[in-house]
Design a protein around this ligand. Structure first.
Ligand code: APR
Length: 240
């Protein structure tokens, strides 16, 4: 493998990851064949309307994904990104579209979970947030621990505003390299970050199993599995 880039301590790297980075850990992606959206219409389980129409079904979908977290582990792709952050320290920011906890468990510290997280939920009445491990998952629709409201998964659904958009723009303005990994580049605003990076004159590097939608904006593209490509690529990038 070869890369045109090398990094030093003055660089600032912003990384965007998608479902592809967790695929080798055994977590289904969304749009690959047999992906999550093939078995669950988005409208039913990933929109506020779907939750209002059938909160029990939505909780079944997210409880299943939450329970899977205890059966999966971070893979070499997650650990390679934690190693890159160790090298760069504060000059690193990982934005993830994923709601699993694998980046955190791999040791990533500066992590912006823009689509929320499976391990968190909040009350639709008082808006208080709770760790899913602390609520009563035996209930079809878990009740709030503080009021008589009902809880919902802390997931950003279609039509809702992702988290951390200000911090994301701030990080992109400081970046010297933007890496997009394991995402089909089909969902906005995340798919826009690559274009933003290009407009800020930032170098762009991509790793994906297939050519993503926004491939034309990626200057250096490595086709392959992130768990295989990233360890070697990141060693090359930070080689003194
Ligand atoms: N290594 C690298 N890339 C992979 C791997 C792998 N081992 N396996 C699959 N991929 C690639 C696929 O080729 C695909 O391009 O990962 C990408 C996954 O794309 P999607 O399933 O569309 O997932 P993602 O891009 O993260 O979706 C974005 O859409 O459904 C919403 O909120 C949901 O966060 C999600 C968002």
């Amino acid at each position: 493998m070869k890369t045109n880039y090398s990094l030093n301590k003055d660089d600032f790297v912003v990384v965007l990851t998608g479902a592809g980075i967790s695929a080798e850990s055994g977590i289904k992606t969304f749009r690959d064949s047999d992906g999550l959206w093939e078995n669950h219409p988005v409208e039913e389980v990933a929109t506020p309307q779907g939750y209002r129409a059938n909160p029990k079904l939505v909780w079944e979908f997210y409880k299943q994904r939450y329970n899977q977290l205890s059966e999966v582990e971070p893979n070499p792709g997650h650990f390679a990104l934690a190693k890159l952050e160790e090298f760069l320290g504060e000059r690193f920011c990982l934005i993830t579209q994923n709601v699993d906890d694998l980046h955190r468990r791999a040791g990533t510290k500066n992590l912006l979970e823009m689509h929320g997280q499976l391990t968190s939920c909040f009350c639709t009445k008082c808006n208080e947030h709770f760790a899913v491990k602390d609520i009563d998952l035996d209930k079809d629709i878990p009740p709030c621990l503080s009021c008589d409201g009902l809880l919902r998964p802390d997931i950003v659904w279609f039509g809702e505003m992702p988290y951390f958009m200000d911090q994301i723009d701030e990080a992109l303005r400081k970046a010297t390299l933007f890496m997009t990994i394991g995402t089909s580049g089909q969902v906005y605003p995340a798919a826009q970050f690559l274009l933003l990076a290009r407009s800020y004159g930032i170098r762009t590097l991509g790793v994906n199993l297939t050519e993503p939608e926004n491939r034309s904006f990626i200057e250096e593209f490595h086709r392959g599995k992130s768990g295989e490509v990233l360890p070697e690529l990141i060693d090359l990038l930070i080689k003194e």
